[in-house]
Design a protein around this ligand. Structure first.
Ligand SMILES: C[S@@+](CC[C@H](N)C(=O)[O-])C[C@H]1O[C@@H](n2cnc3c(N)ncnc32)[C@H](O)[C@@H]1O
Length: 309
């Protein structure tokens, strides 16, 4: 069911002890997927240093670092040898996956990743990081999910960790999923990262709404990994998310319709939370920031007195 890193981290039940000394047939494959946890954590630390700070008005809430390592390995495994579109990615899972691959910490992963995000800070951070580290299979484009998806785009898979739709019964999720489905020309697979909680009602309603929406687009649920990730979310630190995997029904792409802009007020209501309708096309970057160091406006210096003053 899971990869070596996942069970090292205690997420899944350990595999049964072998009953004979003969190595299992897939031992080569398991060896290929063994990773250096220290190197992986340090690499993700580089990625986190590069990640623009979250804007809560747009529901940007970042995943915690340990979960990023595990999620990156899961995504790299799932997307091995495929092209992958990220519909929004403030978490920088795209960068983690590509960087772990580029550093040889993961020996598997997607052939190409493109991030589509309306926040220019994120887009620039991805492109600058890719350039600095010489990662040729990663890029990012400025794009708002309310605009039609370029029909020239074509990916095998999509990934999205969208606004979770607590106040609009998952409609925000569905808008991002729609763009992901279109990015695969309605014929690929997707990983949707959304809230998962047994105690709350809304995450269950959202999960149901997203699954129904997916079915309406010819995508069925292929798998679900429950309550995997935690976030820097001060008002709900316990809230976790799952990976919901969807895949296209056979020949689903044949009858696909052109992508169109979304401006239906019903779909946009409470998009980023209660009474937070979308009014912004892009978040533009004002000045280039190094997110890993203190900014000039965060501090002031009180100087030592020099002798004789
Ligand atoms: C809304 S956040 C959801 C939380 C997620 N953990 C994160 O912080 O990335 C997901 C990403 O979607 C992007 N986003 C939000 N609204 C968007 C829009 N209208 N079009 C494209 N991207 C959008 C954000 O900039 C962010 O990078």
């Amino acid at each position: 069911m899971s990869s070596p890193l996942a069970w090292v981290l205690g997420l899944f039940s350990k595999p049964q002890a072998p009953t004979s000394k003969v190595p299992p047939a897939n031992s080569e494959a398991v060896e290929r997927r063994r990773i250096d946890l220290r190197a992986a954590l340090n690499a993700v630390s580089d990625v986190v240093q590069n990640r623009p700070r979250p804007l809560r008005i747009f529901d940007q809430i970042h995943m915690k670092s340990g979960d990023m390592v595990m999620q990156s390995e899961i995504v790299a495994d799932w997307a091995d040898g495929k092209t992958l579109a990220f519909i929004g990615d403030g978490d920088a899972i795209s960068v983690s996956v590509a960087y772990l691959q580029a550093k040889g910490i993961l020996s598997f992963g997607p052939t190409h990743i493109t991030v589509f995000d309306f926040d220019e800070r994120t887009v620039n951070a991805v492109n600058r990081f890719a350039e600095k580290e010489g990662i040729s299979n990663l890029d990012a484009k400025l794009y708002n999910v309310f605009d039609a998806m370029d029909p020239e785009e074509e990916f095998d898979l999509f990934y999205t960790n969208p606004p979770w739709g607590a106040s609009n019964n998952g409609e925000s999720v569905n808008v991002f999923v729609e763009r992901g489905i279109e990015a695969t020309r309605c014929a690929g697979e997707g990983m949707i990262v959304i809230a998962d909680d047994d105690e709350l009602e809304w995450p269950k309603q959202v999960l149901a709404s997203v699954q129904m929406f997916g079915l309406g687009k010819g995508f069925y649920v292929t798998r679900m990994q429950r309550k995997l990730h935690e976030y820097h979310l001060d008002d709900a630190p316990e809230l976790k998310s799952c990976n919901l995997y969807v895949g296209a029904l056979p020949r689903n792409g044949v009858s696909r319709k052109p992508s169109v802009a979304i401006d239906d007020a019903m779909r946009l209501a409470n998009f980023y939370g209660r009474s937070k309708e979308p009014r912004v096309r892009y978040v533009k970057e004002r000045k280039r920031l190094d997110y890993g160091v203190a900014h000039d406006d965060e501090f002031e210096l009180v100087l030592l007195e020099t002798k004789g003053e």
